[in-house]
Design a protein around this ligand. Sequence first.
Ligand SMILES: NC(=O)c1ccc[n+]([C@@H]2O[C@H](COP(=O)([O-])OP(=O)(O)OC[C@H]3O[C@@H](n4cnc5c(N)ncnc54)[C@H](OP(=O)(O)O)[C@@H]3O)[C@@H](O)[C@H]2O)c1
Length: 219
Amino acid sequence: MATVLITGANRGIGLEIASQYEARGDEVVAVCRRSCEALDTMGVEVIDGVDVTSDESVADMASALSGRRIDRLVNNAGILERDGLDDLDFGVIERQFRVNALGPLRVTAALRPLLTDGAKVFIVTSRMGSIEDNSSGGYYGYRMSKAAVNIAAKSLSVDLKDAGVGVFLLHPGYVATDMTGGQGIPAEQAAAGLIERMDTLQLEQTGTFWHQEGYALPW
Ligand SMILES: NC(=O)c1ccc[n+]([C@@H]2O[C@H](COP(=O)([O-])OP(=O)(O)OC[C@H]3O[C@@H](n4cnc5c(N)ncnc54)[C@H](OP(=O)(O)O)[C@@H]3O)[C@@H](O)[C@H]2O)c1
């Protein structure tokens, strides 16, 4: 049984990851800003009031967990704001940086004492943060923030390797959640693929970027 901490666990992909880990008997710590009925009735430990952009709330979460071991940290919380060259809003771009790029780094750094030999850190990024994969342009804030978290994950993978902690980037596919207006594959399918990657990826592969379907993605 592993202890799995998931951010953004109150809806979408995060909620489904929490549900599938709970169903197979792992210990789930579901972290969110505000809980929901589905989470409250799931029988998992819920830590609410955690905004990944807030030093204070992330530090409070870390102190509430002090002395515990996290086997898998799933940095899932994220936002998408659509933009294009004709309607750039730099405040909105910065907001995506704060959540998508700085959030996972803040959470991982705060939980570092709980991540010991054999632990794995996952960041749910997007192939939209892949430079090589970008053939359609636009989405400045989202793409830039996900590219930024990708390089943060690479540095984390180097910095945590000696401690025996692996760091991996995962793309969930195009998934039917609030983020996509309900378009895409079911969240159940995305979560199952993500968990399969989380089960399979090992320390020797730290610092790599994967589609949940099981193939490596280009940077
Ligand atoms: N859906 C897709 O097709 C797709 C594709 C590629 C990558 N992704 C990535 O997958 C992850 C999950 O996306 P999703 O589709 O499940 O989106 P979603 O349904 O919109 O859920 C987003 C989750 O992130 C949380 N969140 C947002 N801002 C936060 C903050 N400042 N602090 C704490 N939590 C925050 C939300 O909490 P609240 O309820 O409090 O807002 C919610 O739990 C994201 O990182 C997204 O970029 C999704």
